[in-house]
Design a protein. Structure first.
Lengths: 304, 361
């Protein structure tokens, strides 16, 4: 039996490598200065889906929500073996919290339709919330298994998964469809396949084309640019390289549940981390210095 | 969601497994008590399971006014859907204004499912909670006595305060080990209220086949003293120094992400945002530069000693004692000083009147 897996992926700023330049003078983070990367655990989610396709047959659809630049992670999915890529992009989706995001993704996944498994990375490194997976499962009205570690068995409509529980593991059995969140110890993500890179490096979503054409034809008139975009779309479509691009209307999202109005959580205040320094004692790296420190710690009952 | 309900109780989910309460439940208990006192409303725990009524008394001793206890064989082992159904039904029935969960494997699986069904807000992994007012910058409307949900964001580089003023309950998960546990008062009294929950077939559709528990080999959270090494330790062999120092102090061994990534020591020793959060009586950071991700996991320690050759290392910013020097020299000096800690070893001019150095336990 072949399975249709949908993988949710996210392009994130590389928060793991924040350097001095990425901090603004007021102490806030300058997102623009950070490289955008494929959210690490989403690569493991993609790998889990691809392994199911390899073993049982079927197809893998990758979906992301974000600005046109997020197509970069969709192409990365195609390079590794995804069969289809969908970009959900709409200015009205900006400032969505996890609840609104999960609602929008659920509408897009309903539009894709006819799926057996939804895979998400456990969490994204920019927010570290691990909320979108379970919230998306609830919105799709399907069960969830978080912290996927290993596929134990898949047969017909029934799946057994080993999940990490933090203090060991457990094996759960569920009916399909099911949503799974994947941790980084689950598998080793495959690298892009050279042949697929050759094929899909030209893959584009419509929104990316306007910018590209403008750069390629700086002196052309607006009409010329427009028709160039139309031609390019036709070309890509016939080559199977047009990335689906959907807005909130297309996925029939109720705007009340999207973006700012769909987000119950609001950011009240943001502070950069301020180091507190009170009662600091500099200790000389000498026997006497160390001895004095140990003695103080004994006196104040830190030791003993 | 429920409407804004100023009389609503403050709740937390009391997480239990194998008939014992998770430590974070007791940490939540004291924080929830503080919030409830500030709001002048009752503080209540939700306890679900099979034959775990006894645990209610502990929750009451730690500050709960009421325990909503759901006794059901189908809740014996944690599974997402029946537990989510339990929380959703009880929230609809009692309309609490605040619901807290531990940011544990269970809490982070359960809370988003519940929040999604309630269509209310949820803030993950809070490191602090407070009650405060919020003025909407556009409408100038003042929302009084909201739950301020404080958490690190963006890889720990910023601290964000999140609020939810209209779609209640206000929900948050709280990181393990950051809230202080209060001393229990066995004489406190409280109510145990038994609740029944209806499950449908869907709620029970995921089955537990097998479960395997591994005892935590490393008990960082329970350690009074932690000696942690970072990338500056240099090699796996050299990490022996860290073990030695921890050995003479009777402490646990911790590590920064750099040390774990370099293969000096296993991931179960990692302290910081992606590892364990600790607040021991004494934290000794050796060769740890002190990236925000690491500091987020240890800066609440009562006393911090930092040893680093780089005088500008950020770790010194949170340290109480800083030693700028080579840890290969400093650690053996410390071991020696600790071993010789008897009164005789302390120079007479440093020996205070009437104090003899106690033995180190």
């Amino acid at each position: 039996m072949a399975y249709h897996c949908i993988v949710c992926v996210k392009q994130v700023p590389d928060t793991g490598n924040i350097t001095g330049e990425a901090m603004k003078a007021d102490g806030t983070v300058n997102r623009a200065a950070l490289p955008a990367i494929f959210n690490p655990e989403d690569l493991h989610a993609l790998e889990a889906a691809l392994q199911i396709k390899d073993k049982f047959g079927g197809r893998v659809t990758a979906i992301t929500m974000g600005p046109p630049g997020a197509c970069e992670v969709l192409r990365e999915c195609l390079y590794r073996g995804a069969d289809r890529a969908v970009l959900v992009s709409d200015r009205r989706a900006a400032a969505s919290d996890t609840l609104a995001t999960s609602y929008i993704l659920s509408q897009a996944i309903r539009k894709i339709g006819d799926f057996d498994l939804v895979f998400c990375g456990r969490q994204a490194i920019d927010g570290d919330t691990a909320q979108v997976g379970p919230q998306l499962a609830e919105k799709l009205m399907i069960p969830q298994i978080t912290y996927f570690e290993q596929l134990v068995e898949l047969s017909g409509n029934t799946i057994r998964i080993r999940r990490n529980t933090g203090n060991g593991w457990e094996i759960l059995e569920s009916r399909l469809p099911l949503l799974v969140t994947v941790i980084d110890t689950a598998n080793e993500p495959r690298p892009p396949a050279a042949r697929k890179v050759m094929k899909f490096k030209r893959a584009r979503a419509q929104m990316e084309l306007a910018g590209e054409i403008a750069r390629e034809m700086p002196s052309a008139s607006e009409d010329e640019k427009k028709s160039a975009v139309t031609n390019r779309i036709q070309e890509l479509k016939s080559d199977g390289l047009l990335i689906d691009q959907w807005d909130l209307d297309y996925i029939a999202a109720d705007l009340q549940w999207c973006g700012v109005s769909g987000s119950p959580t609001k950011v009240h205040r943001v502070q950069s981390i301020v180091l507190t320094k009170e009662g600091f004692t500099n200790i000389e790296p000498t026997e006497a210095g160390v001895r004095k420190m140990i003695h103080e710690l004994i006196i104040d009952h830190t030791l003993g | 969601m429920i409407e804004v309900n100023r009389q609503g109780e403050v709740w937390f989910f009391a997480e239990q497994e194998d008939e014992s309460l998770n430590e974070v439940s007791l940490e939540l208990c004291s924080k929830a008590r503080e919030l409830a006192d500030r709001l002048k409303v009752p503080m209540c725990a939700v306890l679900a399971g099979w034959n775990v009524r006894e645990l209610s008394y502990r929750l009451i001793a730690h500050g709960a006014d009421k325990v909503y206890y759901v006794h059901d064989t189908r809740l014996e082992d944690y599974r997402t859907l029946p537990y989510a159904r339990t929380l959703v039904q009880l929230i609809h029935k009692h309309k609490p204004q605040v619901v807290l969960f531990g940011a544990t494997a269970i809490g982070r699986d359960l809370a988003p499912r519940v929040a999604s069904e309630m269509r209310c807000g949820l803030t993950a992994d809070c490191t602090d909670l407070a009650i405060g007012d919020y003025t909407d910058p556009k409408s100038k409307q003042v929302h009084k006595d909201l739950l301020m949900q404080i958490r690190p964001a963006f890889g720990g580089n910023i601290i964000a305060t999140i609020i939810n003023y209209d779609r209640w309950p206000q929900m948050a998960t709280v990181r393990e080990g950051v809230m202080k546990m209060s001393t229990p008062d066995p004489k406190r009294s409280g109510q145990i209220i038994e609740e029944k929950v209806e499950f449908n077939d869907f709620d029970l559709s995921v089955k537990l086949i097998e479960r395997h528990r591994e005892a935590r080999k490393v008990n960082l959270k329970g350690a009074r003293i932690i000696v942690a090494g970072g990338g500056g330790v240099g090699s796996k062999e050299n990490f022996g120094l860290i073990h030695d120092l921890a050995g003479v102090l009777g402490g646990a061994v911790g590590a920064s992400r750099a040390a774990v990534d370099s293969g000096f020591i296993g991931k179960e020793h990692q302290i910081g945002q992606t590892g364990t959060t600790v607040r021991p009586a004494l934290y000794i950071a050796c060769g740890i530069s002190g990236a925000v991700q690491h500091r987020a996991g240890m800066e609440e320690s009562a006393k911090i000693i930092a040893i680093n050759w780089d005088k500008d290392a950020p770790i010194f910013g949170v340290a109480h004692y800083g030693i700028v020097g080579d840890l290969n020299k400093v650690i053996p000096m410390m071991i020696k000083a600790i071993r010789e800690r008897g009164a005789d070893a302390i120079a007479p001019e440093m020996k205070p009147e009437g104090v003899t150095a106690p033995a180190i336990v």
